[in-house]
Write a protein that binds this ligand. Structure first.
Ligand code: C5P
Length: 401
């Protein structure tokens, strides 16, 4: 299930930046509901935020009985997170005073969700001890703050008060989600990295996989409370703390390590780039160039994921499809052939995607037929969104059993 974020916008000149924040969150597949204070509507129109968030924008607490139903109580209950960006000095003070005199303040008073506030204002206002005391108080009762930046402010002065960058704000949102424990006690097996298929004691066939995607998934799952086993081919990466590492080299070793643990896990996420072929014979001695043969005989390695799909009971199965052509057709084919719940498809030819880099550009394909195209994101962010889905599928499976 997608995360629901309430984006609160208050009366600061930085209110126009809320449009970009809403857009970035929609691209990350969050469901975004915007609530504006009346003052915010003087800086940016509700229509703009409505078009970007793809949901009605709420301003007036007493608008009409119809919108009251989706007003502060139900929005407050539905939210997974409330982000107020920009948060004005006046709004922060009202919140600290326990006021509920507009829809945004009333919603925040009513919600049990995490509340993140990104202040933006003149540097003198931000430094004012009255405001700082309110911030300290709000932090003490659990509100989280994203510090404003130092730089040139709209009023022309230079100081601390500029709204944090969109990257910092979106990072704090995904961090808030990843600090949840929705995978507590779930057992998750992740595979990562390449495999090496030996030809002789010094040579092998392999691929460029760095392992970064799989390691990011393992780390994120662990942070969210899962018991994680990481079956990894050779990489340059340190295993994330708390993860149980099972190092392997060949596809056959990976097969044995994964299949031997399959019964005990709730989900398998196969981010490894398993070699599809291996030399038919491994020479015990280093092959001599004098006995060079131009033909290398190959055979198929076991299709680990195919095997898991055939023997699936309650486990959630996630595969990766790294393609250089016909991305969605090939990935969809894999989803069905291997009996998967979800495929993460990436086109290796696009910038920002695939092996070695820290970002990825993926489309998620579900067994229900739904597809979700994500923008270029860090592998960590992709891991977070992927695990949201895995957690939701595990929950649905658990209800069926
Ligand atoms: O069919 P293809 O190799 O492109 O499928 C990719 C997915 O299948 C990845 O999740 C990969 O880890 C997995 N796979 C596997 N065993 C193989 C080859 C791929 O589990 N021998």
């Amino acid at each position: 299930m997608s995360k629901t974020v309430i984006l609160g916008v208050t009366g600061s000149i930085a209110a126009y930046k809320a449009a970009e924040l809403a857009s970035l969150m929609v691209k990350r597949n969050y469901v975004v509901h915007v609530i504006m204070t009346p003052a915010a509507t003087r800086f940016i129109t509700p229509l703009t935020l409505q078009a970007i968030s793809q949901n009605p924008v709420h301003v007036d607490m007493f608008a009409s009985p119809g919108s009251w139903e989706i007003g502060h109580i139900s929005l407050a209950a539905r939210a997974d997170l409330v982000l107020v960006a920009p948060a004005s000095a006046d709004f922060i003070a009202r919140l600290a005073a326990g006021m509920a005199d507009d829809l945004l303040a009333a919603t925040i008073m009513a919600t049990k969700a995490t509340v993140l506030l990104a202040p933006a204002m003149n540097d003198g206002m931000y430094a004012n001890p009255v405001l700082q005391e309110k911030i300290v108080y709000l932090k003490g009762v659990g509100y989280r703050f994203i510090e404003p930046e130092t730089g040139r402010l709209a009023c022309g002065t230079v100081g601390q008060g500029r709204l944090a960058s969109p990257e910092a704000i979106i990072g704090a949102v995904s961090q808030a989600f990843s600090s949840n424990q929705d995978l507590a006690d779930k057992r998750i097996l992740v595979t990562a990295g390449p495999t090496r298929e030996p030809l002789d004691p010094v040579r092998y066939l392999s691929n460029y996989s760095s392992g970064k995607m799989g390691y990011a998934i393992a780390e994120e799952a662990c942070r969210r409370g899962a018991r994680v086993t990481l079956v990894s081919g050779p990489t340059q990466l340190a295993p994330p703390p708390g993860v149980s590492l099972v190092p392997v080299e060949t596809a056959q070793e990976m097969f044995e390590a994964v299949v031997g643990r399959y019964d005990q896990v709730d989900a398998v996420i196969k981010a490894a780039a398993v070699a599809d072929f291996r030399p038919r014979q491994k020479s015990e001695q280093k092959l001599k160039k004098q006995v060079f043969s131009p033909v290398l005989e190959l055979e198929r390695t076991p299709d680990i994921l195919g095997y898991l799909g055939e023997h699936k009971s309650r486990q959630v199965l996630v595969g990766f499809a790294a393609e250089t052509e016909n991305l969605l057709e090939n990935a969809g084919g894999k989803l069905r052939q291997k009996n998967l719940d979800l495929v993460v498809a990436n086109n290796l030819t696009e910038p920002g995607a695939g092996f070695g880099v820290d970002t990825n550009l993926v489309t998620l394909l579900y067994s229900s037929g739904e597809t979700v195209k994500l923008p270029v994101l860090s592998k960590k962010e992709v891991a977070g969104i992927l695990l949201d889905k895995v957690a939701a599928i595990i929950q649905v499976q658990a209800k069926k059993v």
